[in-house]
Design a protein around this ligand. Structure first.
Ligand code: NAD
Length: 348
């Protein structure tokens, strides 16, 4: 199996590459533009593998994408390349429309034209990796299922919703073997430090304030990134073309509880003069901040047999320990790429 992984130098993409190469023995071709979020250090564990190839290109560049399909003749595409940070989409949505919508369109068209001449007997699959944020916000009750209507709130989720519709249309109209997955919030090793969990760990380490948006009551359904990578492996092998699968870990937590749990681990692992809990600071809320996300993953669990292996408690301990042990990975990012400043406030 040779898999083209777009966005393979990103947080989830690199976990997918490590899982596919190390655990499943697949050949992986990474196609990545290397934006601020792309990091070859996240692929270091597989960089010397004969099963790994890296290609630096923009998924919006159709000539390059067509050439990659012709050169490597992949058996599957796992499409993760995207602009992924909601706060950045509020400050500047242009690149989100370009990469998430036009880039996905370009990739779908390249795959469609490649399939016209493809000779391999292996069934081709195109996995379009998306988010639960396309469903909008839940109230206190209920879960997102695969039939929940789309109702995106942010420029990020609106562009992901658009790309999901394109992917599904390419299945219905052209018969392309496309599968869409919608996953809840991921966390774990190699997470770019603009996102809540790594930001809080690194700020706590520096004894800086720990920003909590609004009153911290927003709920997210956390999934350990390696569980997501395993889910995509299962969907690739057993998923049915044209279907959508929700991926989630049944780990709903309020943002404030997540930050408190990290503080408790930091108090244990890096005790300081005062508790890390004292660094928590409530800051202006995100515009259009969705209140609650929660995934019903029973279709993926019952039909394809996937189960999350980590609880939030086991996953967050591993994650805090990983950041404490891997300063060589995050220090260059913290100093040169993103220093922890607030993003995504709408200026009057
Ligand atoms: P990320 O920002 O860490 O990585 C994105 C990768 O895509 C980077 O390596 C970047 O260089 C690359 N990229 C960006 N624009 C590109 C372009 N035009 N051409 C080629 N490569 C480009 O993102 P992530 O958190 O790993 O998310 C991966 C995918 O999973 C995204 O599609 C995202 O919408 C989806 N997703 C993320 C989460 C989450 O919690 N992080 C949850 C559900 C779904």
């Amino acid at each position: 199996m040779r898999v083209l992984v777009t966005g393979g130098a990103g947080f989830i993409g690199s976990a997918v590459c490590r899982h596919f190469i190390v655990d499943l023995g697949y050949d992986v071709v990474v196609l990545d533009k290397m934006t601020y979020a792309g990091n070859l250090a996240s692929l270091a564990p597989v960089a010397s593998s004969p099963h790994y190839v890296f290609e630096k290109h923009d998924i919006c560049d159709s000539a390059s994408v067509n050439a990659i399909f012709a050169k490597y003749e992949p058996d599957a595409v796992v499409h993760l390349a995207a602009e992924s940070h909601v706060d950045r989409s509020i400050s500047g949505s242009d690149v989100f429309v370009q990469t998430n919508v036009i880039g996905t369109f370009t990739l779908l068209e390249a795959a469609r034209s490649y399939l016209k001449t493809r000779k391999s007997a292996i069934d081709f699959r195109f996995i379009h990796v998306s988010t639960d944020e396309v469903y909008g916000s839940l109230g206190a009750d209920g879960l997102f299922t695969e039939t929940t209507p789309y109702d995106p709130s942010s420029p990020y989720s609106a562009t992901k919703a658009a790309s999901d519709h394109l992917a599904k249309a390419w299945h219905r109209t052209y018969g392309m073997p496309v599968i869409v997955s919608n996953c809840s919030n991921n966390y774990g090793p190699y997470h770019f430090p603009e996102k809540l969990i790594p930001l809080v760990i690194l700020n706590a380490l520096d004894r800086k304030t720990l920003p909590v948006y609004g009153d911290g009551s927003n709920v997210r359904d956390w999934l350990y990134v390696e569980d997501h990578a395993r889910a995509l492996g299962v969907i690739l092998l057993k998923g049915v073309p044209g279907e959508t699968y929700n991926i989630g870990g049944r780990n709903e937590r309020k943002n404030l509880d997540v930050v408190e749990q990290i503080c408790t681990w930091m108090d244990e692992l890096r005790p300081a003069n005062s508790s890390h809990h004292d660094l928590i600071s409530f800051v202006t809320d995100r515009p259009g901040h969705d209140q609650r996300y929660a995934i019903d993953a029973s279709k993926l669990e019952n039909e394809l047999g996937w189960r999350a292996q980590e609880t939030f408690e086991t996953g967050i301990e591993k994650t805090v320990r990983w950041y404490l042990d891997n300063a060589h990975w995050w220090e260059p990012l913290r100093h040169k790429v993103y220093g922890g400043e607030r993003l995504g406030l709408v200026k009057a």
